[in-house]
Design a protein around this ligand. Structure first.
Ligand code: ZN
Ligand code: ZN
Length: 371
C-alpha cells in the first residue's frame, strides 16, 4: 500500500511506536513497549440525528476526527475503512491480496461504538470451546488445534427511533357453536345423531394505535453472511460509548453498504411487523381478515454504530471455513467441517426409528383406527 508517509495517529509517548486499542485494559496500548494511555470515555447518551435533517448537518457528520482510508477489494468488492497510517495487505472478507486504497471517502462517521471487550486470545478460546460441542464434526478435527486467521473488525449498523401513529380496519371473526342433527348410515341402517358445529360471525373493527420505537437495529454490512451475523446474538447496546478515533486504532471498520435511506426502509419493515402483531392482539377475536393498516412515522432519528466482531477463517483439508466471535459477549457463530460418516450414521438411525414406527402402526391397526 502506498500510504507509508502518513504519520502514526496515536504514537507512544515512550517509544513513538503505534498505540492500538486494547480489549483487556480498554485503553490504548503500545504494540512495542506495552505502555498504556487512558482514553477519556464518553458515556453520555448518544446523539440521535433527525433523519430528515439539513444537508449541512450531514456534511458535519462525516468528520471522523482522524483520517480514514477506504480500502476496496478488487476480488469481492468489499470495502473497509482503516485509520491513516495503518496498513492492510489482504482483504478481510475474502483474503485476496488485491486491495486498493480509494480516494474521497465520504462516509457518515459512527455516533457510538461498543469497544472490543473480547481479546484475540479469548476469541480463540471461545471458538475452541464452541467447536467441541458440534455434533457432525470429524473426530480428528474436534481434537485438532485450529490455526485461525483473526481480524478484529467493527461492523456497521444503523439504529432508528420513531413515534408511529396507525389507523386500521379489519373484520374480526368470532367462533360460535351450534348443535345440529345429522344422519349417517351404520350397518345399512340410517340413524340420526347430534353433533356440535362451529361457525364464524364476522364484525367490522377499526381504530387507531400509537407506539414509539427505540433503537431498531439494522445491520449495514454488505459482506457478511446475514445468518452468521444473526447467530452472534445480541449486543448489549447499553454499553455504547461515544465515538472516539482511539477505539478504532489497530482495528478495521467495514464501510457500510446499506445506506441510511435503505436502512430506514428495513427499519420500517421491522416496525410494521411489530405494529401489525400488536394491532392483531388489540383486535382480538378468533380470526382476523382484511386487516389494513396505514402508519405515519414521526420524529424519525437515526444513529450510526460500530459493533465489534472477530472475523476468522481457517483451512481444513484444503477448504476454507469461516466463523465469527462477538467482540463484546464472546458468542461464536460459524461453519465447521461435517463428517459424512457421522451424518450417514445418523440418517440410518432416523430411518431405523421411522421404520419401527411404521411397522408398529401396521401391526396394531386397532390403536390407530379413527372412529
Ligand atoms: Zn511504546
Ligand atoms: Zn475481498
Amino acid at each position: 500500500m502506498s500510504n507509508a508517509t502518513t504519520a502514526i495517529r496515536f504514537p507512544c509517548a515512550s517509544c513513538a511506536g503505534p498505540m492500538v486499542f486494547d480489549a483487556e485494559s480498554q485503553n490504548l496500548k503500545c504494540q512495542y513497549c506495552g505502555a498504556e494511555r487512558q482514553i477519556d470515555k464518553v458515556l453520555d447518551e448518544p446523539v440521535e440525528h433527525p433523519f430528515h435533517g439539513r444537508a449541512e448537518d450531514l456534511d458535519l457528520l462525516q468528520d471522523w476526527g482522524t483520517q480514514q482510508q477506504a480500502i476496496r477489494c478488487e476480488a469481492c468488492g468489499g470495502e473497509t475503512l482503516i485509520p491513516a497510517g495503518q496498513t492492510t495487505s489482504t482483504c478481510v472478507f475474502c483474503g485476496s491480496p488485491k486491495v486498493l486504497s480509494q480516494d474521497n471517502v465520504r462516509s457518515i462517521r459512527p455516533e457510538s461504538v461498543i469497544p472490543f471487550r473480547v481479546s484475540r486470545d479469548e476469541a480463540l478460546q471461545s471458538f475452541a470451546r464452541w467447536k467441541k460441542k458440534r455434533f457432525f464434526m470429524p473426530g480428528d478435527f474436534k481434537k485438532a488445534d485450529v490455526d485461525s486467521q483473526l481480524n478484529g473488525i467493527y461492523i456497521p449498523y444503523w439504529t432508528y427511533d420513531t413515534n408511529t401513529y396507525s389507523v386500521y380496519s379489519a373484520e374480526v371473526g368470532i367462533y360460535h357453536y351450534r348443535t345440529v342433527t345429522k344422519t349417517r348410515v351404520v350397518n345399512g341402517k340410517t340413524e340420526t345423531y347430534t353433533a356440535t358445529e362451529r361457525y364464524t360471525v364476522w364484525h367490522p373493527a377499526r381504530g387507531d394505535y400509537g407506539r414509539s420505537f427505540d433503537d431498531i437495529l439494522i445491520p449495514a454490512s454488505g459482506h457478511y453472511d446475514a445468518d452468521l451475523l444473526k447467530k452472534l446474538g445480541d449486543f448489549r447496546l447499553g454499553e455504547l460509548h461515544g465515538y472516539k478515533p482511539e477505539y478504532l486504532s489497530g482495528h478495521i471498520s467495514e464501510r457500510y453498504s446499506v445506506t441510511r435511506e435503505e436502512g430506514w426502509e428495513k427499519a420500517q419493515n421491522v416496525a410494521d411487523g411489530t405494529i401489525r402483531a400488536e394491532i392483531r392482539n388489540v383486535i382480538g377475536g378468533d380470526e382476523i381478515r382484511n386487516l389494513r393498516i396505514r402508519t405515519t412515522y414521526n420524529n424519525v432519528t437515526y444513529k450510526h454504530l460500530l459493533l465489534p466482531v472477530w472475523n476468522a477463517n481457517y483451512v481444513y483439508k484444503s477448504k476454507t471455513y469461516y466463523y465469527m466471535v462477538n467482540g463484546q459477549t464472546g458468542t461464536v457463530s460459524g461453519r465447521v467441517p461435517r463428517s459424512a460418516f457421522k451424518i450417514t450414521l445418523f440418517t440410518l438411525f432416523c430411518l431405523g426409528i421411522a421404520g419401527a414406527v411404521v411397522w408398529f402402526i401396521a401391526s396394531h391397526p386397532e390403536l390407530f383406527a379413527s372412529s
